[in-house]
Design a protein around this ligand. Sequence first.
Ligand code: ADP
Length: 260
Amino acid sequence: MQALVEQTETKNVYDVLDFNLWYGNNQALKNISLQLKEKHVTAIIGPSGCGKSTFIKTLNLMSRLNPDIRMAGELNFRGENLLTTSMDLAELRKAVGMVFQKPNPFPKSIYENVAYGPRIHGIRKKKELDEIVESSLKGAFLWEEVKDRLNKNALSLSGGQQQRLCIARALATKPEVLLMDEPTSALDPISTTKVEELITSLRDSYTIVIVTHNMQQAARISDETAFFYMGELVEIGPTQRIFSNPEHKRTEDYVSGQFG
Ligand code: ADP
């Protein structure tokens, strides 16, 4: 029985404990403790300025680029505290891919955009790269649209296609986690639907964290939802419960649209 329970238990990819972050003297994240479950989609919601973007950027230590940032607490990834570990940043970024609000393909060919990461990580053989490019573009629902023009500049694609290319680029290094910071906010409704369908198809293979200001989107695509308010985590739980029966009044007010 015990073995059965262990088998079905979901692993936590991130275990964040009492995490705090300051920009200079301004504390942007306060005593955040939460777990992010393996192969789940976790949505981070909350009003503008509550720390969503800051939080997601700490998960791959992008915050290290800003010298004004100070962090304290534990940010455990696969059981290692990223604040004290000697884990190589390149290794971390390979395991934790990121997609931004505005599609940001390199001004290179579609093929090169996807092959870039694997090449940096030492894959040189053309056949192997071809296979990665094809499977990543297929994984990002883009292959059929671009297979005949892989050598065209990525900037010739539409905004929605560029965003799916950025997702393909993130998939190419075979990450474990995909971080998405408002990935559809610059897209039209049809492209948004495509990216949402894509996220749903990726949820079985990847741990996904998505920041969204769109509550319907969180409700549609996520398994878990975390509600942040003024730098604090108010609550996290199964999305359906957060939207239908939240523990805190402030969450209820936010998800029912009483403030934004
Ligand atoms: P959200 O993504 O929820 O809109 P942010 O994480 O962008 O919130 O911002 C959280 C807080 O951190 C805000 O008070 C914001 O002004 C501050 N902040 C964000 N980025 C920076 C930065 N680069 N330098 C200084 N303060 C910042």
